[in-house]
Design a binder for this molecule. Structure first.
Ligand SMILES: [Fe+2]
Length: 336
């Protein structure tokens, strides 16, 4: 997919220089890190390409219903550690000394008016997590592993789900073709009958919890009962994890089969995130997957590192999800 906008080298250098001045660490001092970027965002005038690009992305979502955007040649850290996949989170805390990528992602969220949020039980509540292949999760049912990944919405089993997911390419080998693909609900609906859409809109489905979340809470097996299709062309679905609550419900099973047929037929947006690219996509306006299309060196593929953020689509969502928020931080979400 073609980038929505690609920063010029001079634009990237200027942004990097500004982001480097932030003295705060996003992993140990997130409130101050965020405040610093919020102040910076206020100083960015409407004439700048960055603000214009963010405004254009928001306009494209609202006016045209497009929920996938790519920005090229984004600011990222010049020096990056090779993450130890035995414990990438702890290793990152010790080895990553600059936070240009984090600052850029935070700034993007302010300019798009899509606040970042975090999960308390994921990476110690960090707002910036890493899409990498954890050694301990090899072969497990979670996104933090290698190889292909089924179509899903992130955290489809969780009551609080991101509206947008952003991925920033930090370490990516151009030789290993690893793609992120997206299918929009509006495309899926073109291949579904009215009665199937109606059945998929009923609260008669449930979704299994993935292995990484079970690690933190072994008693948490499934989501609450939910519909697959939600109002405003939204979806809550994870392939092979989302099933009818009652396995003998013929209509629900048939509707799920029809959805799988629609997934085979629907148009997809395909993109390989490259180093310095930022991919932003709707987490509920569609479903996404990962495909290892042509990976010649699996170990090199496993080293792919994308910095990841979750965001809400407006600043009011924090109050909507207050029951799940931690006491200290309205945007840090608990599992129950
Ligand atoms: Fe995902």
């Amino acid at each position: 997919m073609k980038p929505f906008y690609t920063f010029l080298d001079t634009e990237k250098q200027n942004l990097t220089a500004v982001l480097m001045l932030n003295p705060h660490n996003p992993y140990t001092d997130y409130p101050d890190f965020k405040d610093y970027i919020a102040t910076l965002a206020l100083r960015i005038s409407s004439e700048t390409v960055l603000r214009a690009a963010c405004d254009a992305i928001v306009f494209d979502r609202i006016e045209h219903g497009n929920h996938v955007h790519i920005l090229g040649n984004c600011p990222i850290d010049e020096t990056l550690p090779q993450l130890d996949l035995d414990n990438p989170v702890e290793h990152k805390y010790k080895a990553k000394k600059t936070f240009i990528g984090e600052g850029f992602m935070e700034l993007m969220s302010h300019l798009q008016r899509t606040p970042l949020f975090s999960y308390k039980n994921r990476n110690n509540g960090d707002y910036f997590t890493d899409l990498v292949s954890f050694n301990k999760l090899k072969g497990k049912k979670t996104g933090f592993t290698d190889g292909d990944l089924i179509y899903h919405s992130d955290r489809s089993y969780h009551p609080v789900r991101a509206d947008y997911v952003s991925l920033l390419g930090l370490h990516v080998s151009d030789n290993e073709l690893i793609y992120t693909n997206y299918m929009d609900v509006k495309e899926l609906k073109k291949h579904l009958s009215k009665s199937v859409i109606e059945t998929l809109g009923k609260e008669i489905f449930e979704t299994e919890v993935d292995d990484l979340s079970k690690e933190n809470n072994s008693s948490w097996k499934k989501s609450a009962v939910h519909s697959i299709l939600l109002s405003n062309n939204l979806i809550r679905y994870q392939d092979t994890f989302t099933r009818p609550l009652d396995p003998n419900n013929f209509n629900a099973t048939k509707a799920l089969l029809e959805l799988k047929h629609a997934m085979s037929k629907a148009a997809k947006v395909r993109h390989m995130v490259k180093k310095g690219e930022m991919l932003i996509f709707g987490n509920q306006t569609g479903i996404h997957n990962r495909e290892w299309i042509d990976v010649k060196n699996a170990e090199e593929g496993r080293k792919r590192w994308l910095l990841k953020t979750y965001s809400f689509n407006n600043t009011d969502k924090a109050s909507k999800y207050k029951p799940w928020a931690t006491k200290e931080d309205a945007l840090c979400i608990c599992d129950s």
